[in-house]
Design a protein around this ligand. Sequence first.
Ligand code: ZN
Length: 148
Amino acid sequence: MKLPFSYKNIHSCEAVVLACIDFRFWKETMKFVEEELGINTYDFPKMPGAAKAINDCQSETDVPLQCIGVPCDLHHAQKIVIINHADCGAYGGSAEFNGDLEAEQKFHEGELKKAKEKILTQYPGKEIILAYAKLTDGGESVEFLKIA
Ligand SMILES: [Zn+2]
């Protein structure tokens, strides 16, 4: 297969978007990033649990932090987006919260904020955008909420 390459001589992107590897969410995550956040060029690393991978890092040479560092240092990304999602297996899934969707969301908000603080110590000038992909309508929809 041969395709046109859209980025000849282009080495910068607007953002890095860190999401979970979960196959159920990443296509919709791209839609949210492009249509809602208006970001069209971004590195898109995926690690189990997204924020969890950052929070579990012991050193800045750990792979999850490199997934942030390379886009910032080599591709001049100015925005860092971290997206956690409901029923994330890396955290034990929704079962961990006994069906309490509000408790699950609160937990993920805490995880996202913790990851933000950790990244800001390394990249103080960057804009960090946090989001949570929530399952709604009895599991029929996924709704992306920006976390302030
Ligand atoms: Zn996940």
